[in-house]
Design a protein around this ligand. Structure first.
Ligand code: 2P0
Length: 325
């Protein structure tokens, strides 16, 4: 009645932004990501007859009510399937700085899905765990798998939607150098921001329409290990996502001066012949995706860029690992 799971953060090269079904948390567009090492969340779920309610501790502190509610929803789902009513103690630790702008919700809900299922005695497939993690946070569906992972767009009502691996972690030795450009919490969370985009951005329809073509081309470039083809497509995906948000009312503008400076550094390195491109998520930090050979120069150049406070480096890693007991 106790299990521990480890899952890793992921970074989307083709971005998820917008939902086709809010109740089932289905993405309106397909996305493709790299699972990242060593950006790990470790989560233990232990059923405890002595508890009146679920308890969720995150990084050594009692979690906020909103976070506990999302955890409880996932626990309720697995308890109902297993015919169990016992409350659970959930302990989760992020082994990476949450300020790095690499969503801990992805690794967190992937690890929770794995640990909760094993703790109640279910023997779920990775696809079932991915669909369960998706209901909690769509990017978490991708962190169930290692390597290069695709989450298709969801058809409204399709509650079985899961991510799927399209290449193993050793397919291509890519690195991700994160340039941290701000401290503190971001202005608006991605869930609210993507909702605003759907409601009020004039570019939302074009974004959704273009996503299938764009994601297919990004998958093809990844599978062919074709960096020259990949780089402009990855930058188009994040720039289009941010443009959609910026054009909403209220506008969602995550960029800081250091974000623009870091993008210019990355594009300058590419013009000089390095295999590197930029991407950004729902925050001000810039992530450089590059080959292993380019990584030392990329990190050095970003660390020397005005407005970049710190850098960290990740590589492609494995999927969910679960231990019972
Ligand atoms: C992504 N993001 O593809 C995109 C790019 C942020 C920018 O997935 O509402 O926390 O929980 O499904 O998964 C962040 O969104 O949103 C995200 P919910 P989630 O990585």
């Amino acid at each position: 009645m106790k299990a521990t799971a480890v899952a890793r953060a992921n970074i989307a090269l083709a971005k998820y932004w917008g939902k086709s079904d809010d109740a089932l948390n289905l993405p309106a567009v397909p996305s493709v990501s790299l699972t990242l090492d060593p950006l790990v969340t470790e989560t233990t779920v232990e059923l405890d007859e002595g508890l009146d309610d679920d308890v969720f501790e995150l990084d050594g502190q009692p979690a906020k009510d909103g976070e506990t509610k999302r955890v409880r929803a996932l626990l309720d789902e697995v308890r109902a399937l297993a015919g169990v009513t016992t409350r659970a103690r959930v302990t989760s630790r992020n082994r990476f700085p949450t300020a790095a702008g690499l969503a801990s919700s992805a690794s967190g809900f992937a690890a929770l899905a794995g640990a909760a299922s094993a703790a109640v005695g279910l023997d779920d497939s990775a696809a079932v765990l991915s669909a369960r993690a998706r209901r909690a946070s769509a990017s978490a569906a991708r962190s169930i798998f290692g390597g290069v992972v695709e989450l298709p767009a969801g058809v409204p009502g399709d509650d079985a939607l899961a991510a799927r691996p399209i290449a193993a972690a050793d397919h291509w030795d890519l690195r991700v150098v994160v340039a941290i450009t701000a401290s503190g919490r971001k202005s608006i969370g991605s869930r609210d921001a993507m909702g605003e985009s759907r409601r009020s951005s004039p570019y939302y329809g074009a974004w959704v329409e273009h996503a299938a073509t764009s994601t297919r081309a990004i998958c093809d470039a990844l599978l062919a290990r074709d960096f020259a083809a990949l780089a402009p497509l990855v930058e188009q995906s994040f720039l289009a996502m941010h443009a959609v948000g910026m054009a909403g009312i209220p506008s969602v503008l995550y960029w800081q001066p250091g974000s623009v400076a870091a993008i210019r550094t990355i594009q300058g390195l590419r013009a000089d012949g390095l295999d590197v491109c930029a991407t950004m998520d729902a925050g001000p930090h810039v992530k450089a995706v590059c080959t292993a050979a380019a990584a030392p120069s990329v990190r050095e150049a970003l660390a020397a860029t005005d407005g970049v406070l710190d850098t960290l480096e990740a590589r492609i890693g494995p999927g969910l690992e679960v231990t019972r007991g």
